[in-house]
Design a protein around this ligand. Structure first.
Ligand SMILES: N[C@@H](CCC(=O)N[C@@H](CS)C(=O)NCC(=O)O)C(=O)O
Length: 240
């Protein structure tokens, strides 16, 4: 069994999509965004970085008791290896998939995350940050467009790399980016949207993204701000 410690965001959705695609049994514990339920000593035992999502494999194939895994890139590789699915067996294609997966978690995800931060959450008047990260998101969409113009998926077949990139692309309109301007990305995005496992993930009772997470300009209480971007969040890194 996989216990998924979940938040209904792009990073969380990557893992539900993978679990659904791989047909692995899982439980979901939801951590409402902005509430800071994961900013505890106990949660640090699962992820010393106090971020979501995290999985715990209660019965890893190699024994040794329950195994927590954090960082979505590592989680996706772990699940692909456990299920034997969605990471190509061919070594050359496997390397292609791993490159795009690392591209997502090391660049595409963080740049989109910063764009969401400056456009949707930061106090008004952050023009430089907005310009910088929005332009970088557009640059990365051009990179995706280039790749998806020559290949149906990021590698020769649908893989965990596509599962990592796709949820972030779905959030583009929230940062005033129109994916329709990127025809190959749009074609790829629509194809993935029709996959039954993806439909189950995005519409699941426990996993669908709630409407109030989708506000273009979020209004957080001081406590929610502290949990998400302020003292409470930073303080979690010093919990012993
Ligand atoms: N690089 C991490 C990013 C994880 C991350 O930033 N998660 C966000 C949700 S998308 C989170 O935990 N936010 C709450 C917080 O920062 O306290 C990964 O890929 O797992």
């Amino acid at each position: 069994m996989i216990d998924l410690h979940y938040v209904a965001t792009a990073n969380g959705l990557k893992i539900v999509i993978a679990l659904e695609e791989m047909d692995l049994p899982y439980t979901v514990t939801d951590y409402p965004l902005f509430e800071g339920k994961h900013l505890t000593r106990e949660f640090r035992q699962l992820n010393p970085n106090n971020k979501l999502p995290v999985i715990v494999d209660t019965e890893p194939a190699f024994g040794g008791g329950p195994l927590p895994v954090f960082e979505t890139g590592a989680i996706l590789i772990y699940l692909a290896e456990k299920s034997g699915k969605f990471l190509p067996a061919d070594p050359r294609q496997r390397m292609v998939a791993l490159q795009w997966l690392v591209w997502q978690v090391a660049g595409h995800g963080p740049m989109n995350g910063q764009a969401h931060h400056f456009i949707r959450y930061a106090p008004e008047g952050q023009d430089y940050g907005i310009q910088r990260y929005r332009k970088e998101v557009l640059r990365l969409l051009n990179v995706l467009e280039y790749r998806l113009s020559e290949s149906e998926y990021l590698t020769s077949e649908y893989s965990v790399a596509d599962m990592a990139v796709w949820p972030w692309v779905q959030g583009s309109s929230l940062i005033d980016v129109d994916v329709a301007a990127f025809p190959a990305v749009n074609r790829w995005s629509e194809t993935i949207l029709q996959r039954p496992a993806v439909i189950r993930a995005i519409s699941g009772e426990k996993t669908a993204v709630p409407d109030h997470y989708m506000q273009k300009r979020a209004k957080l209480t001081p406590e929610q701000w502290s949990n998400t971007f302020g003292d409470k969040m930073h303080g979690a890194a010093t919990l012993k």
